[in-house]
Ligand binder design. Structure first.
Ligand code: KDG
Ligand code: MG
Length: 405
């Protein structure tokens, strides 16, 4: 069997998604997600110009060899563009292998380690009250883990809260240039303990609470936050500080027992190796699309398991349903799986394009038994929603200094 052709589709059913389809000479095809929010077309060019021509004619079953060929062979290793391209090819090859074997991908990984995949949902509100009303609704729907984000009084827009957007699946910053947002650590600290104190009062102790800081704090501020939140028993605190220096997390660790999660923007095992082997984190949040596909995620999960670190894959609305399907197979297999981020099944436009057999009930997802990844892509429906250039926002402090978004 040989790879016959590789196509790259870009569609925008609310969010931009880059989808790779590999077709073999026997007619079997596979899908991969290559979406890199705000830099989509760089990955498209990388795939079309530099990857696809090298793969036509190769054996699609040699997943590991193709992964190594693209990673080591290019000389230029790592980075979000390269790794999103490798990831999409890798996912599509696992999809093909499953279809050839007549097995869902989780069976190829080693089978199920659990009956379903625990999810955490998002409660985002314009005030503490609004956030907690939404959290109570999610709890009633059966979610046992909820991420809380609340607008910060005195700031026009807050990360994780809708602000001027209609819904979560709408483009962020659908404007000619990146929107700019203002950040104040002081105003954030004035709100955050109250959010979690009131959450425990209203929601009780039988629900897991989570929170994403989105890299806004310095290491010592993050340590202070971890300590302040200890009484509210979070499942995890995500991205408390930017950890380009991985040992930033050791500062947080020294002062607080609030569990830490990081990794949604990391591209390889090397980006998180030190923080895993030093046990500076509790959950690794790499995504199949941004960290090199199923092959790389399996390696990260196995490495993390040696140090009691659990997996908690990124599940934002800017990862396509193809990535979510790949995560389902990894999550149901990984012996050290922790929890999966879940923002809903997507909008009506996206559901026309991506058809899958994943069922969500009582805060848990159940992966189907279709061979491969269990996801289909409707090319005609996708063509109705062309690419729409958009950017992630840029953050500035109140004095105008550019800050971490
Ligand atoms: O593209 C960036 C988003 O995916 C990110 O801001 C979402 O932090 C995020 C999360 O935890 O879902
Ligand atoms: Mg995050």
């Amino acid at each position: 069997m040989k790879i016959k052709h590789i196509q790259v589709f870009v569609c925008c059913p609310g969010r931009n998604f880059v989808t790779v389809k590999i077709t073999t000479d026997s007619g079997v095809s596979g899908l991969g997600d290559a979406t890199l929010n705000g830099r989509e077309m760089a990955v498209v060019a990388y795939l079309e110009e530099h990857v696809a021509p090298c793969l036509v004619g190769r054996d699609p079953q040699s997943i590991e060899d193709i992964w190594q060929y693209l990673y080591k062979g290019a000389y230029w290793r790592r980075g979000p563009v390269t790794m999103a391209a490798i990831a999409a090819i890798d996912m599509a090859l696992w999809d093909i292998k499953g279809k050839i074997a007549g097995l869902p991908v989780y069976q190829l990984l080693g089978g199920k380690s659990r009956k379903g995949v625990n999810l955490y949902a998002h409660a985002n509100g314009e005030s503490i009250e609004d956030t907690l009303d939404k959290a109570a609704e999610l709890k009633d729907q059966g979610f046992k883990a909820i991420r809380l984000q609340s607008a910060i009084p005195g700031l026009p827009v807050t990360y994780g809260v809708l602000g001027d957007k209609k819904d979560y699946f709408e483009l962020q910053g659908n404007r000619p240039l990146p929107p700019e947002e203002v950040w104040s650590t002081q105003k954030y600290f004035a709100l955050i303990a109250d959010l979690f104190a009131q959450a425990r009062d209203k929601l009780g102790t039988d629900v897991h609470l989570l929170h994403d800081v989105h890299n806004r704090l310095t290491p010592i501020e993050a340590a202070k936050l971890g300590k302040i939140l200890e009484p509210f028993d979070l499942l995890f605190l995500e991205d408390p500080c930017m950890a380009e220096n991985q040992d930033s997390l050791s500062v947080v660790r020294t002062h607080a027992t609030t569990p830490l999660a990081i990794g949604e923007s990391y591209n390889t095992i090397h980006d998180c190796r030190e923080m895993i082997q030093n046990r500076w984190i509790d959950y690794i949040r790499t995504a199949a699309t941004h960290a090199g596909g199923i092959t790389a995620m399996r390696r990260i999960a196995d490495f993390a398991s040696l140090f009691d670190v659990k997996t908690a894959p990124h599940g934002a609305p800017d990862l396509s349903p193809v990535c979510f399907a790949a995560h389902m197979h990894l999550d149901i297999w990984a012996p050290n799986f922790g929890i999966q981020e879940y923002v809903g099944e997507g909008n009506a436009e996206s559901l026309q394009i991506f058809k899958h057999d994943i069922k969500v009930k009582d805060g848990m997802a159940f992966v189907g038994d279709a061979p491969g990844l269990g996801i289909e892509f409707d090319e005609k429906a996708a063509a109705k929603y062309p690419y729409n250039r958009s950017y992630l926002p840029v953050s500035r402090l109140e004095d105008g200094t550019v800050w971490h978004w």
